[in-house]
Design a protein around this ligand. Structure first.
Ligand code: FES
Length: 558
């Protein structure tokens, strides 16, 4: 068991092989700053490694630029042998560092609505709540909100809706919050919601109103709770996958349910306003929906791309937004883009698995094996279940310990539950309380295969191999809770050096705000969408073969 010696406090901590320096520090200083919860996003958990055996730097440590100053991020640094660290900066006052997209001012050049008159009008289309119309001056009365300070970015996800509030006068993000998408009562994933609409068209309006009310209530609560008033709102941007955006706008999404799976939305910037969409409490304010790519690949992928491009990503790189509907973009060069979507299904986020739960502070988010049995995070006596990230870490560690085979067969198990081999994580009074079954592993394999086969097809289409990639960017709130080491171990993402894997977090909301604030980025977005080659996976010859190969729980090199 490695030991971590913490200077200048002279504390010695024993931790498990492969645990992080943050684990070591938190065990004696629980208040040690880690605002992002150890996901490599905030850049606050810096430490100096004096000597020892630790993991190589990750991509996020490069993004935060801590290495050049002699620091490491504690949450990213794994300990493999006795190690000495220094927390002298804690005494001197913290060294500030952060990923630029999260804390630095966004680029502001011609924020909307000023620039509507003098640029990009030809790339915009007006939506009056019923029809798309050519953008014209006569609609400007509806979107006049000059000299207001709050720009709101909404990431309309299938499972969650995230909202970000940017004050253009302060040049900073002033608030953000998350709510569950209320449409989930009509199904956990896009396909089940679309099927519901297919059988009963009136559900579309009910889903739409539910979404509008949920967003509106949240906006009103946050704006008033942050010392602003509703009149301060300048513009709202909304990005999401094509199905979610169609429902939000009240546009029939069912063309997405049948071949050739066409998007019912135009690939232009859509301008509409709060009143046209039946927001009742918000003042008449303009709403921008950035262009969708094609089929299910929506404007959330574009917003992610905007953020990644601000980070200076060097092509060729992959951008993977992992979730029930995963968007995957391969940027081969500044002019060549390949996009697709992978319907991983709810199992990737832990749903529909024996003990699976969506996000919960009382659920296991990371699970691994030690010489003393299972260990998990967060430290809770009676977890309510296992989240998707918990399953990813558990299955990756099962592979490392040869408890599950490459083919997904459980090689060791504790008992049989409901006819399925079962590994018991926690039992109470002799009964399994938290457990993972053979069927769970099988469901997970299918979800993982959907994502891995998709990026393999994209690489093929672009004529690239894994070794050509300069980076893999993981986006999305779910993706940012996953450990790249685990994702590589079981082949969810390509096996490339960890310093080329970048976890950018929930980038969509910020990407949308960037599109609201900058004409250059709007032009960039418009060009990317026009140039992108959309790959329809089922039509690709190699897709079935890749899907079957990707069921294997192993690294994908090449
Ligand atoms: S805790 Fe946020 S980067 Fe480590």
């Amino acid at each position: 068991m490695p030991r971590v010696f913490i200077k200048p406090f002279n504390r010695v901590v024993d931790i498990g092989y492969g645990e992080t320096l943050l684990d070591a520090i938190k065990s004696v200083y629980p208040e040690y700053s880690s605002p992002c919860g150890g996901r490599g996003l905030c850049g606050k958990c810096i430490v100096r490694v004096v000597e020892g055996v630790v993991s190589k730097p990750t991509g996020n440590e490069f993004l935060h630029n801590v290495l050049s100053r002699g620091y490491r991020l504690a949450c990213q640094t794994r300990v493999y042998g006795d190690t000495v660290i220094e927390l002298d900066h804690v005494l001197k006052g913290c060294v500030e560092c952060s990923i630029e997209t999260f804390n630095q001012p966004l680029a502001v050049d011609n924020p909307l609505p000023q620039s509507i008159l003098n640029g990009l009008r030809e790339h915009m289309i007006y939506y009056d709540g019923e029809c798309f119309r050519e953008f014209s001056r006569s609609y400007l009365s509806n979107i006049a909100s000059l000299n207001k300070r709050l720009y709101i970015g909404v990431d309309l996800g299938t499972t969650k809706i995230a909202l970000y509030f940017y004050d253009i006068e302060e040049r900073s993000l002033v608030s953000s919050d998350l709510l569950l998408n209320p449409q989930s009562r009509y199904g956990d994933d896009v396909v089940s919601r679309l099927t519901t609409i297919l059988y009963d068209r009136s559900v579309l309006e009910r889903m739409r109103i539910l979404t509008i009310e949920a967003i509106e209530d949240k906006v009103v609560g946050i704006v008033s709770g942050s010392g602003y008033c509703l009149d301060d709102i300048a513009f709202i941007g909304v990005a999401g996958n094509t199905a979610m955006l169609s429902i939000f706008l009240g546009v029939d999404p069912t063309p997405l349910t049948r071949s050739p799976y066409r998007s019912p939305l135009p690939s232009s910037f859509i301008i509409t306003d709060a009143r046209a969409l039946c927001f009742k409490k918000l003042p008449t304010r303009p709403i921008l929906v950035p262009p969708v790519f094609k089929s299910f690949v929506g404007s959330d992928a574009l917003a992610d791309l905007v953020v990644v491009s601000r980070l200076g990503a060097r092509p060729p790189y992959l951008l993977i937004d992992i979730g029930t509907n995963s968007e995957i973009v391969l940027v081969k060069s500044s002019r060549e883009y390949y996009v697709t979507s992978a319907p991983a299904g709810p199992a990737i986020e832990g749903m529909h698995l024996s003990c699976g739960v969506g996000y919960s502070s009382q659920a296991i988010r990371r699970l691994w094996i030690t010489s003393n049995g299972f260990k998990w995070k967060p430290l809770i006596d009676k977890p309510v279940g296992i989240t998707g990230s918990g399953y990813v870490s558990a299955i990756a560690d099962f592979r490392r310990h040869n408890i599950v085979s490459e083919n997904g067969v459980l090689l060791k198990w504790d008992r049989v539950v409901n006819g399925s081999k079962t590994i018991v994580i926690q039992e109470v009074d002799g009964e399994p309380r938290i457990y993972i079954t053979q069927s769970d592993v099988r469901e997970f394999q299918k979800a993982k295969a959907a994502i891995a086969s998709a990026w393999r097809v994209l690489l093929d289409k672009a004529g690239l191999g894994i070794s050509d990639l300069c980076g893999v960017y993981i986006a999305g709130s779910f993706g940012s809770s996953l450990d790249p080491i685990d994702l590589i171990e079981i082949g969810v993402i390509p096996s490339i050096p960890l310093d080329k894997v970048f976890v950018v977090g929930n980038a969509v909301g910020l990407g949308v705000i960037q599109l609201l604030l900058s004409r250059s980025y709007r032009l960039y977005g418009y060009r990317v969408v026009r140039r992108a080659v959309h790959i329809e996976l089922p039509l690709e010859d190699k897709f079935s073969r890749y899907w079957i190969e990707s069921l294997k729980l192993k690294r994908v090199e090449g």
